[in-house]
Ligand binder design. Structure first.
Ligand SMILES: [Zn+2]
Ligand SMILES: [Zn+2]
Length: 233
């Protein structure tokens, strides 16, 4: 697996560029070694705006889910449309892992601007079941979490949550989806007493997955769970 490219440049990245040319994760064009994506793709991405609810992460214009989620705050980098959608789908099914660097960087900046970043004690990716992990080779939620905490002192904790074998196709609407999500996720024995935990995933749909995981983290002692999704559906 090619590791996600960070920008920040430096001689090491410059040298890497000579052998492994840097490509835009959205359009695959060659880009300078110190860039995360090309300007055109960045500008055409449907980055989230003031219509994203800061609590549930859904659009306040359409389907705000406040009161139905167990987490405390949520940031989402972009809307699930256009090239952000395409990049997230590739992240799930192919090895377009460098898109995680773009989303991670945008999310980290959002958390910084809101004054949340400094209060985070641990970053936790929404876990995948190991069968999915061995098929894909990586957990895309973990790639995003890793990019958010890059160059910070926040520890990445992949040891706190785990996931059961996904159940066969379900009519994932409302309560049924929430219950299905709650059944799939579990916590390991750990004390998160007093901690603010960042929970990261690629796509926010109903909030059921974040809610199920946040619920577990709070039962482990976390006082506040802040969610971060690359895209919000
Ligand atoms: Zn591009
Ligand atoms: Zn809301």
């Amino acid at each position: 697996m090619r590791p996600p490219l960070s920008n920040g440049g430096g001689m090491k990245m410059f040298l890497a560029d000579l052998f492994l040319p840097n490509r835009c994760p959205f359009c695959d064009a060659f880009i300078p070694y110190d860039r995360l994506c090309c300007d055109g793709c960045f500008d055409s991405c449907a980055w989230s705006d003031e219509n994203i609810c800061p609590v549930c992460g859904k659009s306040v214009m359409r389907e705000c889910r406040c009161g139905k989620v167990t987490y405390d705050e949520c940031v989402a980098a972009a809307y699930y449309t256009g090239n952000a959608k395409a990049a997230v789908i590739r992240l799930k099914f192919m090895d377009g892992v460098s898109a995680a660097a773009v989303f991670g960087r945008v999310l980290r900046d959002m958390l910084k601007v809101r004054g949340i970043l400094d209060s985070i004690d641990a970053a936790v990716p929404v876990p995948m079941h190991r069968s999915g992990l061995s098929a894909r080779g990586y957990n895309q939620a973990e790639l995003i979490a890793r990019e958010i905490v890059r160059d910070t002192d926040i520890p990445l904790r992949t040891d706190l949550l785990y996931r059961d074998e996904p159940q066969t196709a379900q009519h994932d609407l409302g309560l049924e989806e929430r219950m299905a999500a709650a059944l799939q996720y579990h916590g390991r024995d750990a004390d998160l007493g007093g901690m603010t935990v960042l929970l990261a995933d690629d796509v926010l749909t109903t909030g059921a997955t974040f809610s199920a995981c946040a619920d577990i983290l709070k039962r482990m002692g976390a006082v506040r769970v802040v969610c971060a999704a690359a895209v919000t559906a």
